[in-house]
Design a binder for this molecule. Sequence first.
Ligand code: SF4
Length: 362
Amino acid sequence: MTLSDKDGGGAGAIARLLLRWYDDHARSLPWRIAPGSGESPDPYRVWLSEIMLQQTTVAAVAPYFAEFTRRWPTVADLAAAPDEDVLAAWAGLGYYARARNLIACAREVVAAGGVFPDTEEGLRALPGVGAYTAAAIAAIAFGRRAVVVDANVERVVSRLFAIRTPLPASKPEIRTATDAITPEDRAGDFAQAMMDLGARVCTVREPACLICPIANHCDAREQGIAAILPAKTPKKPRPERTGTAFWIERGEGDAREVLLVSRPAKGMLAGMRALPSDGWSARGDGDGVPPVNAHWQVLEASVTHGFTHFTLTMQLMAARHDGGDVPEGEWWPVARIGDAGLPTLFARAAAGALACWPDGDD
Ligand code: SF4
């Protein structure tokens, strides 16, 4: 791997060109300080946005970021919030371990004086902050020189250096190459410029090399292979799991209620509000056994949901509660099911149950 030097540039020239482009073309994002504004980034907002953006798109994150910063404008406000309020506000954003780590991290920062650590090492010690996130916060919030490599940066750098080794084996090579072009000054703007270039110019399917500020340094463009990089090792198919969710209802008309439970403290969707279900997990299928004796109906609806390591197809069963013992939980008004903060899987299950069983009849 070598740096192209087609116009007498090299690593320093790439950073200069990219930063100049960023000054004119930076995306306007709710958590971002515009280049040249003179304002200092708020580490809380940078941290919150980076946690939300893990595995999630900018478009999906924006309304959640707005709501979180409206309700909890500082890390102290977030640390003081009840767990269930934060988990409910997170509902729909997915990867719920992030929300639990978010709460733990906010409380740890507040317990240590309310100030985020300003080094990669210090940030990495916080719950939910991995190598990438620590580098991004150190660079963006504190201006530290850090090597920030997200999926956009992986794509840009793979192309810039024409790295043909497939991902993920190429990650160390990509990191070394990113390190080589990361400047000492404006490291945060540089990281954000690389992300913006990947999102807007060096896109997955059609890299717009004609308008790219670093085109003269790009080996993949010169070799005509930009669109096929980065190469990827084919993924193994995700295991398929099956399970059942149970809609248990009581009351009539406006007084209709459905039983909601809290998921176990460990495992998938831990601690979230949910319909009772039958023990499905990443490791195996559910047993299909309802939690109470009742006149059960199998509904003609199922929900398929992709988790990181498996795909779950969840059957739905419904019954009216006839007075026996039920699992520990809360009876929730059916008319307000949208306010329960159900994670996406169970929100879709609830919608499926109501579509198939609109009046709660058996
Ligand atoms: Fe990406 Fe094309 Fe720019 Fe190379 S020249 S970095 S392939 S947009």
